[in-house]
Design a protein around this ligand. Sequence first.
Ligand code: NAP
Length: 188
Amino acid sequence: MSDTAPRVTRASFEVVAACDEGRGLGYRGELPWRAPGDVAFFKALTTQVPRVGIENAIVMGRKTWDTVPPRFRPLRGRLSVVVTRDAALPLPDGVLRAGGLEAALELLAAPEVADSLHRVFVIGGGEIYAQAVRLPGCRRVHLTRIFARFPCDAFFPELGPEYALFSRSGEQKDEGLRYVFECWERRA
Ligand SMILES: NC(=O)c1ccc[n+]([C@@H]2O[C@H](COP(=O)([O-])OP(=O)(O)OC[C@H]3O[C@@H](n4cnc5c(N)ncnc54)[C@H](OP(=O)(O)O)[C@@H]3O)[C@@H](O)[C@H]2O)c1
């Protein structure tokens, strides 16, 4: 590989997202729907670890970071990494900044960080998902499919044939919404 070839991260990670029937994710910096059951699913998936002393990491674009109300961020029990081109972006202690998605994944793959990590989740938004699902390190996509359509200005990318549906939950009914939890896996 030449010195100018793009670096390929070896770190594996998972994506977690919720989208509507038009693959819509968000509108004007907010989630378009209210689905407490999906929020609980996201929290459990991204927080659970098998033993004390380790945690999961969540990687997000700066606009998604901005959507989390300041009193709730960083999201508890997870190591947060914010992807931004703004080297001066103020972040609370313990929150990591990365200049790109691959830079974020490399940072988390460094032994001094990786040793205390269990899983790495890319949690949005649209710009970051579009980059994430194309990386070979993206092993799994947890996608909540909402059976409705909302006005949206951020979208989840189409998954290519390198992904296969691994599981789909039964239908959930929540605050007037219906949705299923899908898990897609990258083919070996
Ligand atoms: N439904 C869901 O599951 C879900 C999940 C998360 C978010 N959302 C929604 O999605 C929307 C936000 O998504 P979005 O696409 O607008 O923004 P985003 O992906 O959250 O963040 C975009 C920002 O990330 C940084 N960035 C992106 N690519 C980069 C790169 N290659 N190098 C360096 N920095 C990079 C830039 O930050 P700077 O401008 O600071 O440089 C860019 O402005 C909101 O409406 C939110 O509610 C939905």
